[in-house]
Design a protein. Structure first.
Length: 221
């Protein structure tokens, strides 16, 4: 059984980047937890930040449930200002060690959104720390057994080495994304990702719809 740990800078990044893959794993009896670094409180002008944070956490929880995921974690970092801090790094390492995932998902490092870039760097560093014999405040069970996969959201991957056929789960992905009504009101993310996943399916030959990932290999000492 696979244990997925999905990191998303904002609510909806997880669905856009790897929602079909998550649904596929859940349908096969695997486990998953989704960690949102922010609550997306800066993602719209129709609400004040506090109201939008509550709304987007509710949307993310409902969207995850459509995929079959019941464990969602909100770290409530400032949306648009994700930055290195001892508290955040310790939290990330603690989450990784406590879950002992076999697969870690994160946005790729060439994403054209600063929060996505920062999240990638922070989570990769947290994975390194989680694997080593250091930082006992984060738990005393090192994590060494997982794959790290980078997904695409705003910026398509120029190089990828893993393609997942999500043809049977595309509708479930779109239904889950539809729960993020506060975001779809301004930008048609659902149309964009359906087009991208169709393109990936055609060009890779994996299926009618596909999600692509950069499988990152990190050598732990």
């Amino acid at each position: 059984m696979e244990k997925l740990l999905v990191f998303a800078p904002h609510p909806d990044d997880d669905i856009i980047g790897c929602g079909g893959t998550i649904a596929r794993h859940m349908a096969h009896g695997d486990q998953a937890a989704i960690v949102y670094l922010t609550s997306g409180e800066s993602g719209g002008l129709s609400y004040n930040p506090a109201e939008l944070a509550v709304l987007r956490e509710e949307e993310a929880t409902r969207a995850a449930a459509w995929l079959g995921v019941s464990e969602v974690i909100f770290l409530r970092q400032p949306d648009g200002y994700i930055a290195w801090s001892k508290e955040l790094m310790d939290t990330l390492v603690t989450v990784i060690r406590s879950r002992q995932p076999s697969m870690v998902f994160l946005p790729h490092d060439r994403e054209d959104v600063r929060d996505h870039q920062q999240s990638c760097q922070l989570i990769l560093e947290a994975c390194k720390r989680a694997a080593g014999p250091w930082f006992p405040v984060c738990g005393n069970q090192p994590w060494r057994g997982g794959k790290i996969l980078a997904y695409e959201v705003w910026t398509p991957l120029t190089r990828y080495n893993l393609t997942v056929d999500i043809s049977d789960y595309m509708q479930k992905k779109l239904t889950a994304l539809g729960e993020h009504k506060s975001q779809l009101a301004d930008i048609a993310y659902d149309e964009a990702v359906q087009g991208l996943n169709r393109y990936r399916g055609v060009t890779s030959g994996a299926g009618h719809y596909a999600e692509c990932f950069q499988l990152i290999k990190i050598l732990f000492k």
